[in-house]
Design a protein around this ligand. Structure first.
Ligand SMILES: Cc1cc2nc3c(=O)[nH]c(=O)nc-3n(C[C@H](O)[C@H](O)[C@H](O)COP(=O)(O)OP(=O)(O)OC[C@H]3O[C@@H](n4cnc5c(N)ncnc54)[C@H](O)[C@@H]3O)c2cc1C
Length: 389
């Protein structure tokens, strides 16, 4: 690698056998088990737990977890591929798979003790347990370092009070990794991560959000009211929580890039097919340059987004720093997902505005990608800081 520019000297574009295998498995599974239910789950805002259990048996809920802890033991290239194929069909299922794998499970994998890994990873990797990850609070989203949920030390225990909001699987999660304040506000080493199981006294779920999109992915509050947990539930050292969270987000943002890529691809596939079938002025609308140029722009942006996303995954696999690259992939791919879904609705005309065709849902789901795991503005902060330093 050229250390000056951070650019790779060579890129291997060939798909590996593992990548082809997981793509075909995730595609078949999504077409068979997800596609028939998309609008039903969306309209009822149902988080389909049995589906996640099935994905657990296929290794999709522990893609990055080593086999010794019950996972699939694969890398980021396969992980991106799986999320793209699922999100191409239903972004809300892709979001939940991403949050479970990248946030909760990966935080324990990266920072848990051997005992914590042996206890939690096999259950998470097989989806016997669903995982949640709580950083955001009602008053601190982008500014997460100013969080107010506090854990006060009391002998061998910590007593937690406060609330986390917008937490994926906040209600149905069997276990949550939460980052809370254990020091002064404003001190980046004043926060600590804990793993907390459902049913712990003083730990409960609050309001479930009624959302624009991603409606089959559950989003809810976590509430802590004198929640007493043993110090053995701490992940890593006291004061390391915020730094751990940023590292977890470096990987998480690759999965949100994959989510956006899948949504963009799904919207594009639908628009391409429709443009050849829909006739106006006695010909397929694809014959009009106004439509074919839209398709050309959409396809080009998707390919650029794909390259950024896989490049970030490749760097991550090689253990290199990916803060900038994952922010670039997440920023670009999220914005492309929104643009492509918007154009797909346009290509469908009035039908695109109805729930009889899939593009209105891609349009609604895509917007989350520019918000979750750091807004587009926050990605630009990460990227600009990195290039200006
Ligand atoms: C469906 C969904 C699922 C989620 N899942 C999780 C989860 O599992 N766990 C979790 O912890 N969180 C989760 N989140 C929270 C998500 O990460 C936050 O919503 C996000 O980080 C933005 O925070 P905020 O909503 O408080 O917006 P704010 O931080 O209040 O931002 C409001 C606006 O101000 C802009 N802004 C803020 N600061 C700056 C700045 N310095 N410069 C320029 N612009 C700025 C933002 O970009 C945005 O446009 C989820 C959110 C959603 C909607």
């Amino acid at each position: 690698m050229n250390t000056e520019t951070g650019l790779l000297n060579t890129i291997d574009f060939a798909e590996s056998e593992n990548q082809q295998m997981i793509a075909s498995m995730a595609r078949d599974f999504s077409n068979r088990e997800i596609r028939p239910h998309i609008m039903d789950w969306d309209e009822r805002q149902e988080f389909p737990i049995p589906l996640f259990k099935k994905m657990g048996t296929l290794g999709l809920m522990g893609v990055l977890v080593p086999e010794e802890y019950g996972g699939a033991g694969l890398g980021y290239i396969e992980y991106i591929t799986a999320i793209v194929e699922i999100s191409r069909v239903d972004g809300s299922i892709g979001l939940s798979v991403a949050a479970h794998n990248s946030l909760c499970t990966n935080h324990i994998l990266q920072f848990g003790s051997e005992e914590q890994k042996r206890k939690y990873l096999p259950k998470l990797a097989t989806a016997e347990w669903i995982g949640a990850w709580g950083l955001t609070e009602p008053n601190t989203g982008s500014d997460a370092g100013n969080m107010r949920t506090v854990a006060v030390k009391d002998g061998d225990y910590f007593v937690i009070n406060g609330a986390k909001n917008f937490i994926t699987h906040g209600k149905s999660g069997d276990v949550a990794v939460v980052i809370v304040r254990t020091g002064e506000v404003g001190d980046s080493h004043g926060m600590t991560a804990f793993v907390i199981e459902k049913g712990t006294p003083g730990f409960s779920a609050g309001k479930k959000e009624n959302k624009l999109g991603m409606r089959a992915s559950e989003t809810a509050e976590l509430i802590f009211s004198d929640c007493r947990i043993h110090k053995s539930q701490m992940l890593g050292n006291q004061g390391d929580g915020f730094v751990q969270a940023l590292k977890v987000l470096d990987g998480g943002r690759i999965s949100i890039a994959a989510l956006g890529l899948g949504i963009a691809q799904g919207a594009f596939d639908a628009a391409l097919k429709y443009s050849k079938e829909r006739h106006q002025f006695n010909q397929p609308i694809a014959n009009f340059q106004g439509i074919s140029f839209k398709l050309a722009d959409m396809a080009t942006k998707i390919e650029a987004a794909r390259l950024l996303t896989y490049r970030a995954g490749d760097l991550k696999n090689r253990g290199l720093s990916v803060s900038r690259e994952s922010a670039m992939a997440k920023l670009y791919t999220s914005e492309v997902a929104v643009e492509v879904a918007n154009e797909a609705v346009q290509i469908f005309g009035g039908y695109g505005y109805t729930k009889d065709f899939p593009v209105e849902k891609f349009y609604r789901d895509a917007k989350l990608c520019t918000i979750g795991e750091g807004t587009s503005e926050i990605q630009k902060l990460v990227i600009s800081r990195s290039i200006l330093k």
